[in-house]
Design a protein around this ligand. Structure first.
Ligand code: ADP
Length: 190
């Protein structure tokens, strides 16, 4: 089983690249953002718990997110592997994943970061907000909160995975195809 964590700031292009990678490597794509948005739209109990946090650009509490993620993983017992997109986003979540995966005989294979400068990413998000209907993409203040969340809570994961020799980074600026190429060359060399 191969488990890839796609890592990057909001707007870095994780979702776009995940679409290609999941096909190429036959992986199950789990985007916590997408799963939350599905629950918001359908007004489920989970959606009700997550809404305030998401609308404000804040992280949803760890217990809620991790329980949801484990549920999703357990729905795919026969998969060739997972492409985690948007999880883990905190040290607690990374530790929870490292505790959980061995219970299904697995582990994180590698973390790959898509790197890009903040100004480029903020511009991308505002552009996406014009058509995506995502409340958190339409307001610079909320975008700023997401970057603050990233810097405080998610950035420390870089060191966490480096210590395990599982951290790889690729340049996230270029055409979609160029970036897919960079990611596949990392994965093919794992
Ligand atoms: N692992 C997570 N932990 C906590 N909250 C999360 C997580 N993944 C997604 N969320 C919530 O969903 C929102 C949108 O997620 P996502 O689409 O991945 O955002 P972005 O485009 O900012 O990377 C986040 O701002 C957060 O509120």
């Amino acid at each position: 089983m191969i488990n890839i964590v796609l890592f990057g700031k909001p707007g870095a292009g994780k979702g776009t690249q995940a679409e290609f990678l999941k096909e190429k490597y036959n992986l199950t794509h789990l985007s916590t953002g997408d799963i939350f948005r599905f629950n918001l739209k359908n007004d489920t109990d989970l959606g009700k718990k997550a809404r305030v946090f998401m609308d404000n650009g804040e992280l949803v509490p760890c217990e809620v997110t991790t329980a949801m993620l484990i549920d999703e993983v357990n729905k795919h017992p026969d998969t060739a592997g997972f492409l985690f997109d948007g999880y883990p986003r905190t040290l607690d979540q990374a530790e929870a994943l490292d505790k959980f995966l061995p219970t299904i005989g697995s582990s994180v294979t590698a973390t790959i970061a898509l790197e890009a400068d903040d100004e480029i990413l903020v511009a991308r998000l505002l552009e996406r907000g014009k058509t995506s209907g995502r409340v958190d993409d339409q307001d610079e203040e909320k975008i700023r909160v997401r970057y603050q969340e990233y810097n405080e809570k998610t950035a420390p994961l870089i060191g966490y995975y480096k210590e395990q020799n599982k951290f790889h980074a690729v340049n996230g600026i270029g055409t979609i195809e160029e970036i897919t190429q960079r990611l596949t060359s990392v994965i093919d060399n794992l």
